[in-house]
Design a protein around this ligand. Structure first.
Ligand code: ADP
Length: 177
């Protein structure tokens, strides 16, 4: 058995979310400042099922969540079928996109593939509640915020691992699950 404090402290969303303390930061996409090649690089360098979209890196304000597979399909389609979409085209997830100078490449509007209300909890939410929400709402992932800023993500698999860990530490908990 682990130290007693494992039992006296409740596990919170911040203890289960990724990234962990020394991990690289969350991979996010900004709503109006990344190019097609920036986003393709993210798709190629990571295997996550989805990416939070934020107002800007500095603000870390959450705008929505975009699935990796929807991004791949939309960019592939746009490159094939939409005139003027090149590596340096800016991707917009915003409602309105600014008028571009005549010489700049066409922009790629992807607001339609954005989930504008992904489920979020604060970092202080007890995991018991998070587990309950995942079960009842059938969530695939949930974003974690602190003071309105995006902090991390918890996937269904993260929740399942957390439950498995609890069961190992505390055999009685199996009876309740
Ligand atoms: P799964 O948890 O089903 O393997 P993912 O491949 O999306 O789903 O996530 C793998 C791990 O990476 C999980 O622990 C998750 O919390 C974390 N993760 C998911 N999306 C991101 C992201 N955009 N940036 C950083 N970490 C992420």
């Amino acid at each position: 058995l682990e130290a007693k404090e494992e039992f006296s402290h409740k596990t919170l969303a911040m203890d289960v979310m990724r990234p962990r303390r020394n991990d690289p930061p969350l991979t996010v996409i900004t709503q109006d400042s990344m190019t097609v090649e920036d986003v393709e690089a993210i798709i190629n360098e990571t295997t996550y099922s989805g990416y939070p979209v934020v107002v800007s890196r500095e603000s870390q304000r959450l705008v929505g969540f975009v699935l990796r597979r929807d991004l791949i399909i939309s960019i592939e389609n746009a490159r094939k079928k939409q005139d003027g979409i090149v590596s340096t085209s800016i991707i917009y997830f915003t409602d309105h996109s600014p008028p571009l100078p005549p010489s700049s490449p066409s922009m790629l509007k992807l607001r339609s593939i954005l989930d504008l209300s992904p489920f979020t909890v604060t970092d202080q939410t007890p995991m018991e509640i998070v587990v309950d929400i995942f079960r009842k709402l059938g969530l695939r992932q949930c974003l974690v915020t602190h003071n309105g800023k995006l902090l991390g993500i918890i996937t269904k698999k993260d929740v399942l691992k957390h439950i498995a860990q609890l069961a190992n530490q505390d055999p009685d908990s199996i009876l309740f699950n």
